[in-house]
Design a binder for this molecule. Structure first.
Ligand SMILES: Cc1cc2nc3c(=O)[nH]c(=O)nc-3n(C[C@H](O)[C@H](O)[C@H](O)COP(=O)(O)OP(=O)(O)OC[C@H]3O[C@@H](n4cnc5c(N)ncnc54)[C@H](O)[C@@H]3O)c2cc1C
Length: 406
């Protein structure tokens, strides 16, 4: 059979795409390489631009049931502990943007999207379905998988993440870019934290060559903690052998992290010590997307990390994948009912609407990393700017008021 569209990848971007297109009653086949959807990963932040997308899909109630909604973002110095900046979130974010600023576990976001997709009978999900390549002909894209599986569709969407197979075929093989940064990630139970650290806040600690962020998830019962340091996996951080750069679950040693943090502020160290188990992820990305032709060509489109992987310093990885999926869904909804979807035209418009915004978020995320980890004069300039400009430096209306209407 020939499906309307094939979606490669069942992460946040893939599920969101299946949902966005399935709502238009299209016949969608989603192909995910994993054998099961598990509890992998840690926390995610969703700005009002992302919660707006979920609200449009009727998922606000499901979000409310699993997320936390912090009152504010505070920025503190990792050594001295002094507050450098603050941005009100909570009711203020809702007043400014009409939507919430949410923090949640990736597995919870994934589960709520999966539940919504499962309500759509014309969306089919296949696990254990690793895609190896595709052939595009005039009217059809034929996708091949392991075990000689073959799938046909009118369109193909690569939502297969940073190491995307679809991207390699569409744009040619290009190596990912190592950032030289490693993320230690873990979760602390709120009940194990002193009262001051249990406040419903996103806290970003800035130090020289490192920063740490923590925020509540699971309705405040847990805190997600991430510490980003400069370093290389296996060299003073984690075990040395069997390193799989694509894994999200490298075991980390708390002692390595403690050594790297040195004489950080006691509040920061208390939060670190409350995390029973750490994982370690090398952070990689790609140069910013350079034009619409890197988002889509003919009947093939890329979205989420496959198109524009992000460093996590603007907390927009999942949000941009949701925005991409929503945009594609809107463009399909705008097509006349009953007519064949002109996929190449839809993808061309999709790429036009999305590429510059995604490139801007990629650039801004990378720049934030340098600012967060600064020392010397740059650090002084950063702290002064935060003191003088206050909230206006941390608030990002161009970002949080999105996604742009296609
Ligand atoms: C297991 C996992 C855990 C994560 N945890 C976090 C987290 O805690 N915090 C955070 O900020 N970000 C996390 N991320 C990254 C974050 O989800 C993404 O940056 C963002 O949501 C964009 O999502 P995406 O769907 O574009 O890519 P991804 O989330 O990477 O999803 C890509 C999907 O495609 C599948 N896939 C890849 N290649 C193939 C293939 N050839 N055939 C079929 N399927 C394929 C992968 O198995 C994966 O499910 C995680 C990603 C993964 C895969």
């Amino acid at each position: 059979m020939t499906h309307d569209a094939l979606v490669v990848g069942g992460g946040i971007g893939g599920l969101a795409t299946a949902l966005a297109l399935g709502r238009s009653h299209l016949d969608i086949q989603m192909l995910e390489q994993a054998s099961a959807f598990g509890e992998v990963g840690a926390g995610l932040q969703l700005g009002p631009n992302a919660t707006r997308v979920l609200a449009d899909w009727g998922l606000t109630e499901a979000l409310n049931a699993c997320a936390a909604f912090p009152d504010a973002l505070q920025v503190r110095d990792a050594l001295g502990g002094e507050r450098l900046g603050r941005l009100s979130l909570g009711s203020q974010a809702r007043a400014r943007y009409g939507q919430s600023y949410a923090t949640l576990h990736r597995a919870d976001l994934h589960a709520l999207l999966l539940q919504a997709v499962r309500q759509l009978p014309q969306v089919h999900l296949a696990l254990n379905a690793r895609v190896t390549g595709y052939i595009e002909s005039t009217n059809v894209v034929r996708v091949t998988g392991e075990n000689e599986a073959v799938y046909d569709a009118r369109a193909l969407i690569g939502a297969d993440g940073l190491w995307s197979r679809v991207r390699s075929q569409l744009l040619g093989v290009q190596p990912v870019r190592a950032s030289g940064h490693l993320a230690y990630r873990g979760m602390a139970r709120s009940a194990d934290l002193p009262a001051a650290l249990r406040a419903p806040l996103v806290t970003a600690w800035l130090g020289s060559k490192l920063h740490m962020v923590h925020y509540p998830v699971r309705q405040g019962n847990w805190f997600n903690v991430v510490v980003v340091v400069h370093g290389v996996l296996g060299q003073g951080h984690g075990g040395a052998v069997g390193v799989d750069p694509q894994s999200w679950t490298h075991a980390a040693h708390a002692a390595d992290l403690r050594r790297t943090l040195g004489a950080a502020h006691p509040d920061l160290l208390q939060m670190v010590d409350a995390v029973p188990r750490w994982t370690l992820w090398p952070l990689n990305d790609r140069p910013p997307i350079s034009g619409p032709q890197t988002h889509a060509r003919g009947r093939v489109a890329l979205l989420g990390d496959a198109a524009h992987p992000l460093r996590p310093y603007l907390a927009q990885g999942a949000a941009m994948a949701l925005e991409d999926a929503w945009t594609l869904g809107r463009l399909v909804e705008q097509q006349p009912a009953g007519a064949d979807i002109p996929w190449a035209d839809v993808f061309e418009r999709f790429a036009q609407v999305r590429w510059a915004r995604n490139a801007r978020v990629q650039r801004r995320s990378k720049r934030n990393g340098s600012i967060f980890h600064a020392s010397g004069l740059v650090r002084w300039g950063r702290n002064t700017a935060m003191a003088v400009l206050g909230e206006s430096l941390l608030d990002l209306p161009w970002l949080y008021s999105g996604p742009p209407q296609p």
